[in-house]
Design a protein around this ligand. Structure first.
Ligand code: UD1
Ligand code: UDP
Length: 348
């Protein structure tokens, strides 16, 4: 069986690495890797291929940045060309980025089956580009792999009972696999040797609204510990006019192994990232989510995650909470990758 995988953005490299490892141990599957080029800086792309030992993409479509319409349309056109010449049996897409929707749409129009990893997530906020990407991708995919029972239930409510399956979350597999490896080589003492909070900010709803972005940076400036902020290039480009003090330590985006170490050694996490909310939960670090809603509702149980939006006072207040209850397991058994490949082999 020939599987074409479409990736393009940082979190997709991490997710695809999990499935790639399983495919490599499975007889009878060939994988063609298509990188749309949505993320292209060395520390947003190449570093993940190197660290996670993902094979060099068979195709790099070099689409780059742009407005949603142009970026998605260029991907669609270039992915279509590759699919016509490669004729895969199945296309695999991950998550909710423009690369996800472009891959799914290109394949389905060519009558190539589509499998969506991380299906069924909903924020119920259609202003988020990710929400549109997820809804459309789920509605045209042939196989839907839900990372949580909640995601599976949402797919059932949308009449996807026949083709939706609970598999667990490939990002949980990934943390289990890499956290022991990460501990060995990565020295973060050059970044910080005191108690700190780890933060990331990149969501359009925060970066593209100066008031929200300033309120977040005000909270970082007022926090009672240093805030380490590996900064997404999108946010870096929009920092002009945003005020903050020396409590905020901005660093370049880091590789995944370094990130795992930064999470491990942090006191708490502040983020608007989907992936990082989960990683905080997996690694038992309290999280404060700088958004007005979360798709990852499981992480809210037991005070492990608070959705606070961008209210400076609320963010600073929640940093003081230190009461948590025991976690339940929601994200599978660390074998989501194996389950996904098993299901594909069974159903195709
Ligand atoms: C994208 C996804 C988002 C995901 C995030 C992961 C969409 C609509 N959004 O957001 O869901 O959470 O990736 O990180 O697909 N840029 C660079 N260098 C790069 C990449 C981006 O400078 O290598 C800058 C460019 O100015 C670009 C901006 O970041 O315009 C935004 O990049 P883009 O890929 O469009 O969206 P993200 O914000 O990264
Ligand atoms: N990440 C990383 N280096 C960084 C910031 C994040 O390796 O400097 C990892 C993070 O640990 C998680 C993933 O990137 O595994 C999350 O990606 P991102 O926040 O860009 O996207 P989202 O999950 O919000 O779609």
């Amino acid at each position: 069986m020939k599987i074409a995988t479409v990736v393009g953005a940082r979190p997709q490299f991490i997710k695809a690495a999990v499935i790639n490892r399983v495919i490599n141990r499975t007889n009878g599957i060939e994988e063609i890797l298509i990188h749309t080029g949505q993320h292209y800086d060395e520390n947003m792309s190449k570093i993940f291929f190197d660290e996670l030992e993902i094979p060099k993409p068979n195709y790099n479509l070099e689409v780059g940045s742009g407005l949603h319409g142009k970026q998605t349309a260029t991907m669609l056109e270039r992915i279509e060309n590759v699919l016509i010449s490669e004729k895969p049996d199945l296309l695999l897409v991950y998550g909710d980025t423009n690369s996800t929707i472009a891959g799914a749409l290109a394949a389905t129009k060519l009558h190539i089956k589509v499998a969506h990893v991380e299906a069924g997530l909903r924020s119920f906020n259609k202003k988020m580009p990710e929400e549109i990407n997820r809804i459309v991708t789920d509605s045209i995919s042939d196989m839907l792999f839900a990372p949580t029972q909640n995601a599976l239930n949402l797919l059932k409510l949308e009449n996807h009972s026949e083709n939706a399956f609970f598999t667990g979350d490939v990002m949980f597999d990934s943390i289990l696999h890499y956290s022991s490896i990460a501990g060995k080589g990565q020295d973060i003492s050059k970044i910080i040797n005191e108690d700190y909070y780890l933060a990331t900010v990149h969501r359009a709803e925060n970066t593209d609204d100066k008031q929200r972005l300033q309120a977040i940076f005000d909270a970082f400036s007022q926090a009672d510990k240093k805030v380490i902020l590996p900064l997404h290039p999108r946010t870096q480009k929009l920092l002009e006019g945003i005020n903050f003090n020396e409590n905020v330590k901005i660093i370049e985006p880091v590789g995944y192994l370094e990130m795992i170490n930064l999470i491990k050694n942090s006191n708490k996490i502040l983020t608007d990232s989907g992936g990082l909310q989960k990683e905080a939960f997996f690694m038992k670090k309290p999280c404060i989510t700088l958004r007005d809603e979360t798709e990852w509702v499981e992480t809210l149980q037991g005070n492990w995650n608070f959705v606070v939006g961008t209210d400076t006072e609320k963010i600073v207040e929640k940093l003081k909470n230190n009461h948590f209850s025991e976690q339940k397991s929601h994200f599978g058994d660390g074998k989501a990758g194996e389950k996904i490949i098993e299901l594909i082999l069974q159903k195709m």
